[in-house]
Design a protein around this ligand. Structure first.
Ligand SMILES: *Cc1c(COP(=O)(O)O)cnc(C)c1O
Length: 402
């Protein structure tokens, strides 16, 4: 691999901002304290670092520090929210609602809860990835204990109308949880204002370190109850035991602080770059479609379907110079078509022909120009070898044959 890798997979994970690494370093070496050690200065210093980070993390989402429970990441935060609510509200009901386009962290946890006696309604979405709010309203029952709806989708970037969803859940007196892992630090989000009572997010999706995240647990009325899923010592107000990851939490705090200051200008720059990429590809390559609502979408994400092109083959043609995602990054070990794209009504074929480009704050215009050329050349090459493409161009109804 001679050329430098162009990284357009920021939705899978982001590199750490160097300022984040700098904020973390002292907590590995100079200050070894356990934030729960109350009897000496090393412990107090670590506790103070966690306190400052908690203020930064809560400040990013306009919450109070007491509403933040640090976890090992968004997956754990999702597990804590869903399992914790199920266990706490079992006497009220066993019904949970989640869209079919949720992240596997939510869907697999729902599957687990089904085995424990939960009844889960997986809501279909519209072809643009947005929820039909009337459908949501009609799905909520008296025994619905939780509605789980992601703020922004990791594959398409589609942003749900959380305020409208929050109003519906408030009217129906049902708890609302949101997986905001892709939204936090990218767009302004305010769970209290949106009527969200529980919210998961993660440091490594916002230029912080891997292995640390948080669950926001609202302290306003009606007070949310969750049962801890990890016991032992009563850390994090009894909601998540275990020695705190002080360097990780310090890094998360720094990442949140930077995001709060810089996300608006980053998003404006990335919107221009994303549009440059998307518009050039749409103009210069035939039969390409944008997956997901084009307006209600994160500025840095573009998910494109290239008709009659296997995305895996297209990625191979990039010769390891370009990091993008086909299907869902999280399940790309298996070659299952993306469940998100299928839920939006794409055929297996189009889902397999889709690529997610997710840009980030280190993406440059020169890189995007190179990517446009590379994608165009790759698609044209693969189609030139494809008998299906040839038949399609001759007017044969190949779709009926796929
Ligand atoms: C990455 C991601 C997760 C998992 O986060 P981890 O911190 O890696 O556990 C959950 N939900 C969404 C939407 C994500 O993008």
């Amino acid at each position: 691999m001679s050329e430098k890798l162009i990284y357009l997979d920021y939705n899978a994970t982001t590199p750490c901002d160097p300022r984040v690494v700098e904020a973390m370093l002292p907590w590995f070496t100079d200050n070894p304290g356990n934030a729960a050690s109350r009897s000496h200065p090393a412990g107090w210093k670590a506790e103070e670092a966690v306190k400052i980070a908690r203020e930064s993390v809560s400040g990013l989402i306009d919450a109070t520090p007491e509403e933040i429970v640090f976890t090992s990441g968004a997956t754990e935060a999702v597990n804590l929210a869903l399992k914790g609510v199920f266990e706490a509200y079992i006497s009220k009901g066993r019904h949970i609602i989640a869209p079919a386009t949720e992240h596997k962290a939510v869907l697999d946890t729902c599957r687990h809860l089904e085995k424990m006696g939960a009844e889960v309604t997986y809501l279909p979405v519209q072809s643009d990835g947005l929820l039909d709010l009337e459908l949501l309203k009609s799905a909520i029952r008296p025994d619905t204990i939780l509605v789980a709806i992601m703020w922004a989708n990791n594959e398409t970037g589609v942003i749900q109308d959380m305020e409208a969803i929050g109003k519906i859940c408030a009217e129906k007196e049902t708890l609302l949880f949101s997986d905001a892992t892709q939204a936090a630090g990218k767009i302004e989000i305010n769970p209290r204002q949106a009527g969200v009572y529980l919210m998961a997010f993660s440091a490594h999706k916002m230029y912080g370190p891997k292995g640390v995240g948080a669950l926001y647990v609202s302290r306003r009325d009606p007070r949310v109850k969750i049962i801890a899923q990890i016991d032992g010592g009563g850390h994090e107000r009894g909601m998540r035991s275990g020695t705190l990851n002080v360097p990780g939490i310090a890094g998360f705090g720094k990442a949140a602080q930077i995001a709060k200051m810089e996300m608006q200008q980053d998003a404006a720059r990335l919107l221009a770059l994303r549009n440059l990429l998307e518009e050039n590809i749409l103009e210069n390559v035939e039969s390409v479609f944008v997956n997901g609502n084009r307006e209600k979408r994160l500025a840095h994400v573009s998910n494109l379907a290239f008709k009659f092109v296997e995305s895996e083959s297209l990625m191979m043609s990039f010769n390891r110079n370009l990091a993008v995602a086909s299907g869902s990054a999280c399940t790309s070990a298996s070659l299952e078509p993306s469940h998100v794209l299928l839920a939006m009504g794409l055929s297996d074929h189009l889902a397999h022909a889709s690529i997610r480009f997710s840009l980030g704050k280190y993406t440059t215009e020169a890189e995007i120009r190179f990517v446009i050329k590379t994608v165009k050349a790759g698609v044209e090459h693969l189609r030139s070898l494809s008998p299906v493409w040839e038949m399609y161009k001759e007017g044969v109804d190949v779709e009926a044959m796929l």
